[in-house]
Design a protein around this ligand. Sequence first.
Ligand SMILES: [Zn+2]
Length: 356
Amino acid sequence: MSPNPATNFRHLDDDSAWQAVQTRNSRLDGAVYYAVKTTGIYCLPSCPARKPNRANVSFFVSCSAAERAGYRPCMRCKPAEAAAAPAWALRVEKACRLMEESEVPIPLADLARAVGSSTHHFHRQFRSALGITPKATAAALRNDRVRDALSRGATVTEALYEAGFSSSGRFYSGASAALGMAPDSFRKGGASEQLTFATMPCSLGHVLVAASTKGVCAILLGDSADGLAGELRALFPQAILNEADASFAATAASIVALVDRPESQSAIPLDIRGTAFQRRVWETLRKIPAGETRSYSELAAAIGSPGAVRAVAGACAANKLAVAIPCHRILRRDGSLSGYRWGQERKRALLDKEKS
Ligand SMILES: [Zn+2]
């Protein structure tokens, strides 16, 4: 058979395309069109018309390519209409939406199943539609998400957890290209804002309370006022920090009371800063009653992402509002304390207070 110069379909070889025509494979509708020299018309692979003779068939990547070569659309399968929204395009679109909405990477086989395709076909259709693989698309979406999280003020580590990166090394290797600059410089580009803060002794050592105009944005526990002020600066590198005056006394006192009696519900308005995923984790944390505990996997299941245990642990570790968001109520599955941003002794003390 002589090479056909009109055959310009790059992703599907002629043998596969011919196979699709012979099996009337609707999955490839829109991915390839076949034209029949003897009739002068072109069709979708699934066309119910009589199967043509291979010697008379050539393949095209689009309706317009077939028409440029002098073929007319078939009246039975109406390839031009099908091309407007072929099934494979809807599948690819749906897959992109699922990847965008998912907090964690979706395995290829799950993605294919979710859009009603086989893994092999899905991968091929996706690649021929977008020119890149599902895996590369997921990586690009993660980069977008990291960029979003960073621009909202999350730390690089928090942003990585949320975006589903399993190691920061993998992120950094592609990050500068994706962001146009190094992640830390990107994060620090935000506008300055004013925060008011005060540190006071409490039953767990010292507590620092910081507030924006919207509400309390940080409650930190530590051994010294100086150490806590340093932690606050690290958490809000772009903010201007002002020591509180007397008008802040009531807010500060109510936070000290909360630390002393963590079971008491506080009416203090909070300014909860975090990525969408972190906020979902933190909101669920706030529903755990005092005196009860959960494991990381129970928490992951409660937010509807049972596979995201690691990201959930990352969100707990990123909590900036001690006691008000009770991350101290999360234990390892075996009941052991696990980590706590402000020290295991304080975690144990908080749990003991809630038990009594
Ligand atoms: Zn047809």
